[in-house]
Design a protein around this ligand. Structure first.
Ligand code: NAD
Length: 253
């Protein structure tokens, strides 16, 4: 039936199968089924937390208070979360040569933990802490996180999580690699992003201008829906990717 989820899955599978260079672009929604809430929308973190905790100036001025919230919000809870079927299917597609590259806005590291190797973590990750004074980098281990704020063992300055705060720039290598992937792709699979956080949100329109077809997996419309998107699969990430995999798996084709 035209316009049904089945129809959009079939159209998206055809676009993916016909593409020569598929790139995934993911946001918080891909990790919702791993138990990690998004920022915006119902149940989003901004219903409970002030976004200022992730503002770089606020962090510098109120380091201990910001660290308490960051620890409770990210490190105490997210460490126990596991990749879901959507992360696993993307990793499998990468191994099969169907997916060339993943650009993620997420800081949870779940694409890498699922086995994806070609990933730009556009907003950094939770894995490491960084000293803004001496450049020291440490793994975000339980021991390092035991004191609040955790401090650099070399110079004593409070460490910063190595992800991008509001008011900071994108890490150079991640930005460069993401842009290259966007310029090379002929099909972009956008999963679970509202498309409201810039400069990341400008990547899909750039892919579109270069002629790529744009597929979305999102239960809700986003800023790409009805604008640059060619087809939206109106399902959650895991269900949407499982439906696509049914049509794209080597046994089936
Ligand atoms: P967002 O919070 O602005 O939007 C989330 C999007 O996910 C919405 O469009 C929503 O409809 C969709 N969504 C909700 N449940 C879904 C599901 N089950 N399957 C698929 N999609 C679903 O997130 P954003 O656009 O990624 O931007 C927010 C910023 O916050 C980004 O920088 C992001 O990295 C960061 N963030 C990261 C995490 C994480 O690392 N897991 C979590 C929250 C926010």
């Amino acid at each position: 039936m035209r316009g049904s989820p089945e129809d959009s899955v079939a159209r998206a599978a055809d676009l993916i199968a016909g593409s020569g260079h598929l790139v995934a672009f993911t946001g918080a929604g891909v990790s919702v089924e791993s138990g990690i809430p998004p920022f915006r929308g119902p149940g989003g973190l901004w219903e409970r937390y002030d976004p200022a905790i992730l503002d770089i100036d606020h962090f510098h001025r109120n380091c201990e208070e910001s660290w308490r919230a960051i620890k409770a919000l990210f490190y105490d809870h997210w460490g126990a979360c596991r990749p879901n079927a959507a992360h696993r299917i993307l990793a499998e597609w990468e191994q099969r040569g169907l997916l060339r590259y993943t650009i993620t806005q997420n800081i949870d590291g779940l694409h890498t933990r699922a086995g994806c190797r070609n990933v730009s973590e556009y907003h950094g990750s939770l894995r490491e802490l960084f000293c803004e004074r001496c450049g020291n980098r440490l793994e975000a281990s339980r021991e390092v996180l035991a004191s609040v704020p955790p401090r650099c063992p070399e110079c004593g300055r409070p460490l910063k999580p190595d992800f991008v705060f509001f008011g900071e720039g994108i890490p150079e290598k991640a930005a460069r690699e993401a842009e290259r992937a966007v310029l090379e792709c002929d099909c972009m699979l956008i999963i679970g992003t509202s498309g409201e956080v810039f400069p990341a949100a400008a990547l899909p329109p750039l892919a579109k201008r270069r002629g790529a077809s744009i597929i979305e997996v999102n239960p809700e419309p986003s800023s790409y829906t009805g604008t640059i998107g060619d087809v939206r699969i109106p399902l959650g990430a895991a269900e949407g990717l499982e439906a696509l995999e049914k049509l794209l798996s080597p046994e089936r084709r």
